[in-house]
Structures are given as C-alpha cells and as structure tokens.
Design a protein. Sequence first.
Length: 126
Amino acid sequence: MSDDSAAVLMRLLPPVGWNDFATKQDLEVLGDFMQLGFNNSMLEMRNEMRKEFVDETGILRKEMYREFASLQKEMRLEFAAVRSEMHEGFLDLHKELNHQTHRMFMGMLGINTLLMSVAIAALKLL
C-alpha cells in the first residue's frame, strides 16, 4: 500500500485510542461468554420444553382417564340393559315352555284316555 493510500485510510478511521481496539484475548473471552450464554439459553429452553411436555402429558393422562371412566360407565349401563333384556327373554321363554309342556301333557293325557277307552271298548266287544 502506498503512503498516500495509508494516509487516506488513517483519516477515514474514527478517532479512537488503542484501548478501544479488541485483542485476540478479548475476542476469545467474548466467544466464551457468548457460548456460555447460548448454553444457558439452550438449557432453559430444554427445561421449559420438558416442563411443558410433563404438563401436557399430565393433562392428556387426566383426559384419557375421564374418557375411559366414561366409556366404562357407559359399557356397564349397556351390559346391564342387555343382561336385563336377556333375563326378560329367558323368563318369557320359560313361561312359554311351561305353557307348551302343560299343553303337551294334557294332549298326551287326552290321547291316553282315548286309547284306554278304545281298548276297553274293544275288550267289551270281544
């Protein structure tokens, strides 16, 4: 660089002293400080995310518990209704079977009486 270029460059620099310039050591300290700040920010963010995850998981767990409890209650009611309907159906079936058994018994008794009468009449004819 020529002397004229160097003079122009020096005139363009702001009026500061040598204490205002950063050294390599200053840059290293600043880099370490920034890295520490970044690490702290990442740690805070991770902790916040973990807390939110735990909170959301707890909320979800409570909602699922309520839904399963509701489903369980509904299923109990439905099964109780089905059980009641089946019981009523079995009672009706039992009544109908008793009625049919009574009819069959009375029919068989009538047929036996008729056959006995025919047999007695046939014996009297002989």
